[in-house]
Write a protein that binds this ligand. Structure first.
Ligand code: AMP
Ligand code: GLY
Length: 421
């Protein structure tokens, strides 16, 4: 089969790496891809939002399967565009991608179908929002309705901060159209866990659990980032929790989407919090998480191409999906200054040495320049180690990280060692 993966980050490198292990994959393209992906796939310079260009390329090359990985093109209808052109595509259609694309939509869905989540109200007028906040308790959680590159959530510790956040979003145009409507939510506490699931519209098959570290520095200090590292499995997500989630959250969500005439097909990401009142949904994403994918897919035994085909053909119930009984840790190596501002173009050394230590080095923001791999983004590499348990995986990941260097590099030293776990 000829397969095209849409996207360019560490998640996409992991997806391409997994697809490359399938005997069905004869040729892999990635648009636009990155320096690491180019070792496994032919990278083509098409912007992820260029639906027309992407469809044209897929037709020209007679692509058998398109895997759309990032949220923006999914929310914009890339899968619909492929299907209209008669091309098989993996990922939710636009009317289902809204589960991530609008927080007001997802909150209303959960309320209507009794899916546990934080209490909330939706506002598109700052005066009403402030009136509501004045009566509420703190901290309060303020979320931009639309996609905001993972930065649209503010935890306001008092009324002043909350007012500021609301005014910035609704009146100040922060996050553009995505912030013109806000969701104000009750602040919940408890350990978080991410569970990604394959969904074919009716059947849901959860993957192994994972946990992200969103803050830039050790001990969860510093700004929120796209994710500084992950580990799998979570130490707290046991069989009882999995059963509770399947009954109260996973199946009800998939049924709710079908009942709304928006059947979800693809990967549904459940961002969960284990509160003292049970597991609640913090967020849905309509795609593989980044960098969760970097620790989940290396533990998948089953051929990913087989799974994607079963999802597209709505026969996921017939497929047994198998996982390794092991653990994985991914440490993100970032450019100094990320997530605010950073320089690009520094040469990276030691990747081969890290691979010799047994690590899988996924490229997030790299480019090939004059035959050398250079930095090309905030998150540069995701160094993943797989071992029989988490402690071994942590050791192996950090031993591998030590082998790699580039100017101004930084990473967290506590990935996998969360205070809650
Ligand atoms: P999101 O972009 O929705 O995943 O939110 C980013 C982060 O904000 C989450 O991973 C949580 O740590 C935090 N967060 C979001 N909603 C809440 C909430 N209702 N209570 C407490 N923390 C929250
Ligand atoms: N790691 C969080 C996300 O992919 O949204």
């Amino acid at each position: 089969m000829k397969i095209l993966v849409v996207g360019s980050g560490g998640r996409e490198h992991t997806i391409v790496w997994k697809i490359a292990r399938s005997p069905k994959a004869e040729k892999i393209y990635c648009a636009p891809g990155n320096g690491g992906i180019s070792e496994l796939a032919e990278c083509v310079d098409i912007n992820v939002m260029d639906k027309e260009g992407m469809v044209k390329f897929a037709k020209e090359k007679e692509i058998d399967l398109v895997m759309v990985a990032p949220d923006d093109p999914l929310a914009d209808g890339m899968v619909d565009a492929m299907e209209s052109a008669g091309i098989r595509a993996f990922g939710p259609r636009k009317n289902a991608a809204i589960i991530e694309g609008s927080k007001a939509f997802s909150k209303e869905l959960m309320k209507k179908y009794n899916i546990p989540t934080a209490a909330y109200e939706v506002f598109d007028n700052s005066a009403d929002a402030i009136k509501y906040l004045e009566k509420g308790s703190f901290p309060a959680v303020i979320k931009a309705d639309g996609l905001a590159l993972g930065k649209g959530v503010i935890i306001a510790k008092d009324l002043d901060e909350a007012k500021q956040a609301v005014c910035d979003m609704i009146d100040g145009g922060k996050f553009g159209k995505s912030g013109s409507r806000v969701v104000i939510e009750e602040f919940l506490t408890g350990p978080e866990v991410s569970v990604l699931a394959f969904v074919d519209g009716k059947t849901v098959k959860p993957m192994v659990s994972a946990q992200d570290h969103k803050r830039a520095y050790d001990n969860d200090e510093g700004l929120n980032t796209g994710g500084m590292g992950t580990f799998s499995p979570s130490r707290l997500y046991d069989e009882d929790k999995a059963k509770e989630c399947m009954e109260n959250i996973f199946l009800p969500t998939v049924k709710a989407m079908a009942a709304e005439g928006r059947p979800f097909k693809g990967v549904l990401y459940f961002g969960l919090m284990m509160t003292k009142d049970g597991v609640k949904v913090i967020e849905y994403n309509c795609r593989f998480g980044d960098p969760e994918t970097q620790v989940v897919l290396p533990r998948l035994k089953t051929d990913l191409v087989d799974i994607m085909e079963a999802v597209i053909d709505e026969r996921l119930d017939e497929l047994e999906i198998e996982w390794e009984d092991n653990a994985a840790v991914c440490v993100v190596m970032a450019s100094g200054g990320y997530p605010v501002s950073y320089k690009k173009g520094y040469e990276i050394s030691g990747i081969e040495d890290a691979k010799d230590m047994g690590a899988i080095v996924f490229h997030a923001g790299t480019a090939l320049k004059d035959g050398k791999i250079v930095t090309a983004g905030g998150r540069v590499l995701g160094v993943t180690a797989v071992a029989e348990n988490l402690d071994e995986a942590i050791k192996k990941a950090y031993a591998s990280v030590e082998k790699i260097s580039f100017k101004d590099e930084f990473h967290r030293s506590d990935i996998g060692i969360k205070k809650y776990n």
